[in-house]
Design a protein around this ligand. Structure first.
Ligand SMILES: Nc1ncnc2c1ncn2[C@@H]1O[C@H](COP(=O)(O)OP(=O)(O)OP(=O)(O)OP(=O)(O)OC[C@H]2O[C@@H](n3cnc4c(N)ncnc43)[C@H](O)[C@@H]2O)[C@@H](O)[C@H]1O
Length: 171
């Protein structure tokens, strides 16, 4: 099972705050916006949100896979209400998590990108799949996500940003 998502963050007073969403189902766990490239979403979402014709969508589906980054953007918009234009993507950050999903009894592979909000004024709008969201500093985000591989991912994102800031020092 393949999924894709985006670690969305904002910077306030030189603090990096990571966006986590809490599911409204199951164990109510917290993750960044992400999701599986599922058939119903692929069919309905472009039709409803992007005015694509049914034929365009079906031919895209039959032709192969939705690009993982496209899926990551789509999931972020569906789950958090943040559009592509609300985000500034770090194209050189891309990491994969592999784990066993106990609820679906399947191995899962999730590709994550990293993006900063274009403006700190953006508003998160949840879908019915989530019941809460938080912007958290690294230690709190790691604790709430609750999985060591996710904590390592957040840490590698923080290290990546630190290196970037160091290579572009403030004047
Ligand atoms: N328990 C449930 N009850 C009812 N409906 C449910 C359900 N679980 C999923 N659904 C349905 O599935 C839909 C969403 O499915 P998807 O469209 O597949 O979206 P997703 O965000 O990838 O799903 P999910 O929350 O299951 O995945 P995650 O990997 O975080 O989490 C999957 C599992 O892996 C664990 N996990 C998450 N991240 C992990 C990590 N980094 N390492 C190890 N385990 C991790 C989580 O704790 C969780 O147990 C929902 O709309 C809902 O209808």
């Amino acid at each position: 099972m393949q999924a894709a998502g985006i670690i969305v963050y904002k910077e306030i007073e030189q603090k990096v705050l990571i966006l986590l969403l809490q599911t409204s189902y199951g164990e109510h766990h917290w993750t960044p916006p992400k999701g599986t490239r599922s058939f119903p979403k692929m069919i309905l979402s472009p039709i409803l949100r992007h005015n694509m014709s049914y034929q365009q969508v079906v031919s895209g589906f039959v032709d192969g896979n939705e690009e993982p980054l496209t899926a990551a953007y789509r999931e972020t918009e569906e789950e958090a209400g943040l559009r592509r234009s609300d985000l500034v993507l770090h194209e050189d950050f891309k990491k994969t998590l592999n784990y066993f999903d106990p609820s679906k009894q399947k191995n899962k592979c999730v590709i994550y990108w990293l993006a900063k909000v274009a403006s700190n004024e953006v508003t998160v709008k949840l879908s019915s799949e989530h019941r809460d969201f938080k912007w958290l500093e690294l230690p709190e985000a790691c604790a709430l996500a609750g999985h060591s591989d996710m904590a390592e991912l957040f840490q590698s994102a923080a290290d990546f940003l630190k290196r970037k800031h160091e290579s572009f020092p403030a004047k």
